[in-house]
Design a protein around this ligand. Structure first.
Ligand SMILES: NC(=O)c1ccc[n+]([C@@H]2O[C@H](COP(=O)([O-])OP(=O)(O)OC[C@H]3O[C@@H](n4cnc5c(N)ncnc54)[C@H](OP(=O)(O)O)[C@@H]3O)[C@@H](O)[C@H]2O)c1
Length: 319
């Protein structure tokens, strides 16, 4: 496992981390906590030191499993990034847009409240990284969420301030870094072989300001492992029934065809491993956080770290 500093001000993290959305047990079909704990433990065995979660994943359940992990394995070498703003504490069923009863709340008071709940749930004295959980531009352009992060830092309740950028808004929201680069230590970005908008404006800004970059959805919800076809279906309680609909998969399959030459350069590596290597090949990106549910997935994903970056001449051109 390789390790890198997350930007100029962030902690040192493994270049492959663990995305802990699915193990929360909501939005990804049924999960088994015993299997999830084995996966988390395997990640630590493999040298993973970075876990990304959110208070809202499983409405606290993902954070609770991570608390169990650090109780057993110790916290010392593990960096936990969590998120706040997807408010499940005060939302009602009318707010449910397919992910459960959640509303977007980014007032100073609420973000501080949510951070305090995460501190208790994770049973830590300070959160390593607290990220604003993909707010809309109307929220980002207000002072409140930033004042909350500033206050939490001042009070020693968070060590680093992060900002998870809404999917498909990578360019549109990039100017937020100009306004708040003194406060933002890291950003989290949707980025993978088929979705590269972030390269255009956002990544150059992150490099300019020394802001760390965490890559999410690197496997496009599992699609980039090559295991899905246009006939793949997902249960109703799996968000992929919307986000990997048959129509979307057909479109992704057409784009995937263009990546064949890259995968063929590494016949001994899985498509998933090549896809993960791609993500951390960009100089802006220090770590990638594939979601994993099982030990087997963790082993395959973690081993991509030592395979290193893909040489620049093999990277497909940006459209
Ligand atoms: N707004 C935000 O801030 C935001 C949004 C989304 C995600 N995230 C974070 O980013 C992390 C990663 O994104 P993601 O989990 O949505 O998507 P992802 O990492 O692209 O895909 C994860 C899914 O792919 C499958 N998979 C993983 N490794 C595999 C392997 N080696 N072989 C075959 N299948 C494999 C698993 O599902 P199956 O086994 O069921 O196929 C897994 O749940 C999340 O866990 C979360 O921490 C943040």
């Amino acid at each position: 496992m390789k390790y890198k500093n997350l930007g100029l001000r962030g902690p040192k993290v493994s270049t492959v981390g663990f995305g802990a959305w699915a193990i929360g047990g909501m939005n990804w079909g049924k999960t088994d906590d015993a299997v999830s704990m084995l996966a988390l433990n395997k990640a630590i065995d493999e040298g993973v030191t970075f876990i990304d979660t959110a208070d809202v994943y499983g409405f606290g359940h993902s954070e609770k499993l991570i608390a169990e992990l650090i109780k057993e394995r110790g916290k010392e070498n593990i960096v936990i990034a969590t998120k706040a703003g997807n408010d499940f504490y005060f939302a009602s069923s009318e707010d449910d847009e397919g992910y459960g009863a959640i509303q977007q709340t980014y007032t100073k008071e609420y973000v501080i409240y949510a951070a305090e709940q995460s501190l208790k749930r994770l049973n830590v004295e300070a959160l390593d990284i607290l990220q604003l959980h993909s707010p809309g531009l109307d929220k980002l352009e207000q002072d409140e969420p930033w004042l909350a992060l500033e206050q939490l830092k001042k009070d020693g309740k968070i060590k680093s301030a992060g900002f998870s950028i809404q999917s498909f808004k990578e360019t549109e929201h990039a100017h937020i870094l100009d306004a708040h680069h003194d406060l933002i230590d890291s950003i989290q970005v949707r980025y993978n072989l088929l979705e590269r908008e972030a390269e255009k404006v956002l990544f150059p800004k992150a490099i300019k300001y020394g802001i760390g970059v965490i890559v999410r959805i690197p496997l496009l919800f599992g699609f980039l492992t090559g295991k899905f076809s246009k006939d793949s279906t997902f249960s109703e309680d799996d968000h992929r029934s919307m986000n990997l609909s048959s129509e979307k998969i057909q479109n992704y399959l057409i784009q995937l065809e263009k990546m064949r030459p890259l995968f063929e350069k590494y016949p001994e590596q899985s498509m998933g491993q090549v896809s993960l290597r791609f993500c951390t090949s960009h100089p802006a990106c220090q770590t990638v956080i594939p979601g994993a549910k099982t030990e087997k997935q963790v082993i395959e994903n973690s081993s991509a770290s030592d395979l290193g970056p893909i040489p620049e001449e093999f990277i497909p051109p940006l459209n």
